[in-house]
Write a protein that binds this ligand. Structure first.
Ligand SMILES: [Zn+2]
Length: 432
């Protein structure tokens, strides 16, 4: 049984961006058991963390990532998205080994936990390796094994993925699944239909890349008469819960397709790096349910959703010539709202909620002094401010130190890195 942990005299930063000072928080059985005014009651616990001066918030959700791609961090810099996909990433991925996926995912998890991420939505192939890495680390994750509808092996692959999900759906309360069509532009309509149908049968939500660049919209309209959102609607996807990676080029006419449980994972660092254009998002964001993703490290170089919130704020102010827009508090609320894209009930500092928390220490050179803890975290913090990361009442980062054997992991990563460079690129089966 997980031990009882008392976070003593903490300042709580909740999902609504409110700060409640001097609270004692009891963690038991993986959940937040009690929250009371500091010292109001004597509480017994096996471990007491003195949180005086610290801020405790829900853990950070990362709504879209390819954790295994940490093995490719920095491999394809300063290239167009066309070159990035067709000449770099997909050719390298075609020669990827199981070990690359497993170690890459562990490296991705280490980076995320170090930055306070407690839950992430992954989209990748090699799902056995991803699942193994997730289980070993104790992080919470929602996996979408990637499916390419245009692939020759699609039918077999869909059967294999369905079987895999059925076999592991109830492994742990820290693991869930999405059906993961790669994108509307890599999945011809009949295959998209099949995946949506299968998702319906398995009662799974959908996680799909969409509307990253303007060219995808015009091609979709020319080929199908509809925007990518329209195509997804025609496939029946919006009857299910949907997580859209990107959606930067959403159009006003697309709003009619979106439902209460349609979520956008917005990843501005990738859009800036790959020069994806301004898109309709900045005009329409007020109508969308969105949180933040990081995308893979090969395009965004970091897996910190807080940084993505920061960049959206800066970009939004800059593009709209309005410094008062995208306030720190609103960005924080969107960041935390991302938890609702999952099914874990996380993201709340409330009795009964999963104990997925970050303890922030702002008494560090980068953040001191601070006047408003949320703006300090949003605009000044880095991973050194994440003192503790807790998932389900267990510490994955403790007093500034990751629980994983990071030195050994980096040694393994370096070995695989030199092997993958020696192996070189293969032939990509899919084209962007
Ligand atoms: Zn992606």
């Amino acid at each position: 049984m997980a031990k009882r942990i008392l976070l003593k005299d903490a300042s709580l930063l909740n999902e609504e961006a409110q700060c409640i000072r001097h609270q004692d928080v009891l963690i038991s059985d993986g959940k937040i058991k009690r929250i009371i005014d500091h010292g109001a009651l004597k509480i017994e616990a096996e471990e007491i963390i003195n949180c005086s001066g610290y801020y405790v918030s829900p853990g950070l959700p990362n709504l879209h990532v390819h954790a295994a791609m940490n093995i490719f961090k920095g491999i394809a810099e300063d290239v167009t998205s066309d070159t990035w996909f067709n000449e770099m990433i997909w050719p390298y991925e075609s020669k990827m080994t199981n070990e690359d996926i497993y170690i890459g995912t562990l490296l991705g998890i280490a980076e995320m936990v170090n930055n306070g991420v407690t839950v992430f939505a992954d989209h990748y192939f090699g799902e056995e390796q991803v699942l193994k890495a997730v289980k070993e680390t104790g992080v919470r994750a929602d996996l979408a094994p990637t499916l390419f509808g245009a692939s020759e092996e699609f039918v077999d692959r869909l059967a294999k993925v369905s079987e895999f999900i059925k076999n592991h759906q109830y492994d742990s309360d820290r693991i869930a699944f999405h059906m993961g069509p790669h994108a509307d532009y890599t999945c011809p309509e009949p295959t998209l239909f099949q995946m949506v149908e299968e998702a319906g049968k398995l009662q799974l939500p959908i996680h799909i890349h969409m509307a990253e660049e303007s060219g995808q919209i015009s091609r979709s309209k020319a080929q199908t008469g509809l925007t990518p959102f329209g195509v997804l609607d025609r496939a029946g996807a919006f009857d299910l819960k949907v997580l859209i990676a990107h959606g930067l080029w959403v159009e006003e006419e697309d709003l009619r397709y979106l439902k209460e449980d349609t979520w956008f994972a917005f990843c501005p660092k990738t859009y800036m790096k790959l020069a994806s254009g301004e898109g309709g998002f900045f005009d329409l964001h007020g109508y969308l349910n969105y949180g933040f993703g990081t995308d893979g490290a090969a395009s965004s170089n970091t897996l910190n959703p807080m940084e993505q919130a920061r960049l959206l704020g800066l970009l939004g102010k800059f593009l709209g010539s309005d410094a008062a827009s995208f306030s720190g508090e609103s960005l924080w609320r969107h960041l935390m709202a991302g938890h609702k894209a999952f099914s874990f009930g996380s993201g709340l500092i409330r009795e009964g909620a999963p104990a997925d928390l970050v303890i922030w220490d702002l008494f560090e050179p980068d953040t001191f002094p601070f006047y408003h803890p949320i703006s300090s975290i949003l605009y000044s913090s880095n991973s050194t401010n994440v003192k503790y990361t807790m998932v389900g009442g267990e510490f994955l980062k403790y007093n500034g130190v990751l629980k994983m054997d990071i030195q050994n992991l980096m040694k393994e990563g370096a070995r695989l890195q030199s092997q993958l460079l020696k192996r070189g690129k293969g032939k990509a089966e899919i084209y962007f």
